[in-house]
Design a protein around this ligand. Sequence first.
Ligand code: HEC
Length: 313
Amino acid sequence: MKNTSSLWWIRVPVIFFLIFGTMEYFIDSGDQPAIIAYPITQFFMLMVLILLIAIELILSSIETVMFQTLSEEAKERYLSSKSKKWEWTWGKRTYQKMLGSKPIEAEGEIVLDHNYDGIRELDNKLPPWWVYMFYASIVFAIIYMLRFHVFNDYDQALEYEQEVAAAQLEIEDYKKTAKGLVDVNTVELLVDTSDITAGEKIFQSNCVACHMADGGGGIGPNLTDDYWILGGGIKNVFHTISEGGRDGKGMIAWKQTLKPVEMAQVASYILTVINGKTAANPKAAEGDIWVDPNAPVNEIPEQVSDTTSVVMN
Ligand code: HEC
């Protein structure tokens, strides 16, 4: 039997993409599509595809089997009914209805009985699509008025505040993951080995000329001790690197050369690796001992005088 009007090639993809769309809509997978975020869904969609094809195959074989049971005359009838050109009659009829226009042959029914130099007027009805939209807008207006002017559901100011608050949360979230966005206010000490090794590379290629490879100092101050001219701690060190030292001292602002994340990396390298190391040839301390104002205050234990201890100087 020749299956002239089978539409499986429309049905299968349409249903497939409907299921795919529904899946993407309902699975919350962040900013990645679910099909990438959760590889199991690829398997699921493959199963769906196989299932759809199987259903089509089963349906068409049922049709074939049923067809074989028909009498010759019924076969003829069946085939001719199937081969009729497929038309979307429902859609066409609805379209006509919504236009509400009379076919030209029927215009005689609605022509008005005046005639100006051969120009005549038709008493057409308002097109239903327009009338329905008009009714819908009335319904909308009533609901809107009750909701916002009688029951005061919410107003623009509240809506604005909610949206700003939501956006602020999103920005915070984004800043947490986007390292490239750090600035002096958000910079944190990086501890990942990858960041520290990256920081070391940056230090070796940009800073050793003045600070020495071990941070002992030369033209620039000693970075291994606890004394800081421009303040210690990640925020101050980041700020010094980014904006440079005092005028005329020789420490340029590195923000033109290094990316924010690179400055955070080299600052973290200085603070976690260089600082506290014993340099081969340390420069004398400059600046003040830096105490982290946010450090937890430890109770200083009472000094116990130990008479047996030997003071070595
Ligand atoms: C041309 C020499 C030179 C280079 C190159 C240089 N610095 Fe400096 N650096 C200095 C000088 C000089 C100072 C002291 C600035 C001041 O006294 O205001 C300084 C200060 C600093 C401080 C502050 C120290 C303190 O005691 O407060 C840090 C941190 C620092 N440099 C990091 C770096 C880093 C990181 C690099 C490489 C990206 C770098 N420097 C490259 C000369 C240099």
